[in-house]
Design a protein around this ligand. Structure first.
Ligand code: SF4
Ligand code: SF4
Length: 121
């Protein structure tokens, strides 16, 4: 297992926010909007939850990769477990780093919605 002293704060260098899981055609189309933003990646995790991620280093991380607020770090950091962190456990099922990455996935979703619409006719 990789430990924090070796990793130099990988998990403190990105900001990931959970998105509402898309359910409608518009929801899926809106994913393009996130990906039009430079540096924004969207991924689906192993539990099928959708996330947006940006490169953004926490200002409390020092140059040696250590947390300067360790004793008073926020709950989100206190709850993070080494065995479940991004360098020790595969947490990403599918990642879209730009709109081209997402196009094929979106086309398959589009087909599903079209089939559903046609079956109602
Ligand atoms: S919790 Fe994991 S990702 Fe974060 S610094 Fe430690 S080893 Fe790196
Ligand atoms: S507060 Fe500390 S543990 Fe939390 S993200 Fe920032 S540097 Fe990392």
């Amino acid at each position: 297992m990789i430990t924090c002293d070796k990793c130099k704060g990988q998990c403190c260098k990105t900001l990931a926010v959970q998105l509402e899981t898309p359910t409608t055609y518009d929801d899926y189309e809106d994913i393009f909007w996130y990906l039009y933003h430079e540096g924004a990646w969207v991924y689906i995790d192993m539990d099928d939850e959708w996330w947006i991620q940006f490169p953004s280093k926490c200002s409390k991380l020092d140059k040696n990769g250590l947390c300067t607020k360790y004793e008073n770090r926020p709950p989100v950091c206190r709850k993070a477990k080494l065995e479940n962190c991004e360098v020790n456990k595969e947490e990403i099922k599918i990642i879209f780093k730009n709109e081209d990455d997402y196009k094929d996935y979106f086309e398959s979703i589009k087909e599903k919605f079209e089939k559903k619409k046609n079956s109602r006719k």
